[in-house]
Design a binder for this molecule. Structure first.
Ligand code: AKG
Length: 316
């Protein structure tokens, strides 16, 4: 475990909160916001957003319906398996292995939501899990809006000629974007058989653009630049942000996609309890060509869809 005093920066988003259509670009508060995000993404690679006006009641509802879903019998959950085409549906325990070097799959289950998947057959029924579909659908909009604000702030931080460049490549209709909402459940230690070197969520960096992460309790560890892992501190009302590998590539390594993980440490009081988290994975539109923003050829241009397909192929 690394130095736990290396805390993740907490950034006040009041200058670009969800109720503002656009910020006052010349205000000191907005400039400070841009500078803080830029600093975080060029150093530790993670930051917490606070004061963004994110609706707390929507988050509360997400925790509840997610728990209801994951507590259903396996035979019901398994009726709605992840559909690889849309990346929508249920993924059972040990199915996903985020660190291919670990011998066993991750000790977690999850449900991915992709909004184009309106078909009822791909969702638990209202009798099986009341409000599951409507609550997940309702959580999508504030996540989408907040992630677009972060993308714009990043464009300013990098002093792009067009600060909206990233936003403009995250706008296509849902059929043409891999942006996904994921709700995760890590069962209590007593409810699982832990195999050697098994993790709740193996070491990995995210694949796409930027991720928003909501955590119900601690457990996430983030790799430091020294190479060890530190606990991400919990922040009341904080939404954790990090970037994915495709964004690191796009920024020609100016912004860093940092590895993270969740372990099952049987000696820690926290990790023997069940844990929930929710991730919103923002992904560039499928037809976006990701070319280094500095004009360099540090990375060859890559099509967003080809890239995500390649990464999923290695995970499942
Ligand atoms: C992922 O699903 O990619 C995560 O990193 C989840 C992290 C967490 O549960 O805190």
């Amino acid at each position: 475990m690394g130095d736990s005093t290396d805390n993740i920066p907490v950034i006040d988003f009041s200058a670009f909160k969800l109720s503002l259509d656009k910020p006052d670009y010349d205000s000191e508060a907005f400039k400070k916001l841009v500078q803080s995000v830029h600093h975080a993404l060029t150093t530790i690679g993670f930051f917490y957003i606070v004061n963004a006006d994110f609706p707390p009641e929507k988050l509360e509802r997400m925790w509840k319906v997610s728990k209801d879903f994951f507590h259903l019998p396996a035979e019901i959950k398994n009726k709605y398996p992840r559909n690889p085409k849309e990346n929508h549906g249920y993924v059972h325990m040990e199915r996903e292995k985020l660190n291919p070097d670990r011998p066993h799959g991750d000790l977690k289950e999850l449900f991915n939501y992709h909004p184009m998947t309106a078909e009822d057959s791909l969702w638990p029924t209202e009798t099986e899990c009341p409000n599951f579909k409507s609550v997940l659908s309702d959580f999508w909009d504030p996540c989408l809006a907040l992630h677009q604000r972060v993308l714009e702030v990043m464009g300013h931080g990098l002093q792009l000629e067009d600060p909206l460049l990233f936003v403009k490549h995250h706008v296509k209709s849902y059929e043409n974007s891999g942006t996904t909402l994921r709700t995760l459940y890590y069962p209590a230690f007593k409810d699982v058989t832990v195999k050697e070197e098994q993790a709740r969520c193996g070491e990995h960096s995210d694949y796409g653009g930027i991720t928003l992460l909501f955590q119900e309790r601690p457990g996430l560890e983030v790799r430091t630049r020294k190479g060890d892992f530190m606990q991400a501190q919990m922040v009341e009302g904080g939404i954790l942000v990090n970037i994915g590998d495709l964004m690191q590539r796009w920024t020609a390594d100016k912004y860093l996609a940092v590895k993270h993980r969740v372990l099952l440490d049987t000696t820690s009081e926290e990790s023997v309890k069940p844990r929930q988290s929710i991730a919103f994975f923002g992904h560039p539109d499928y037809d976006a060509l990701i070319e280094c923003i500095d004009g360099s050829n540090k990375y060859a241009p890559v099509n967003s869809l080809d890239y995500i397909n390649m990464r999923f192929g290695l995970t499942y």
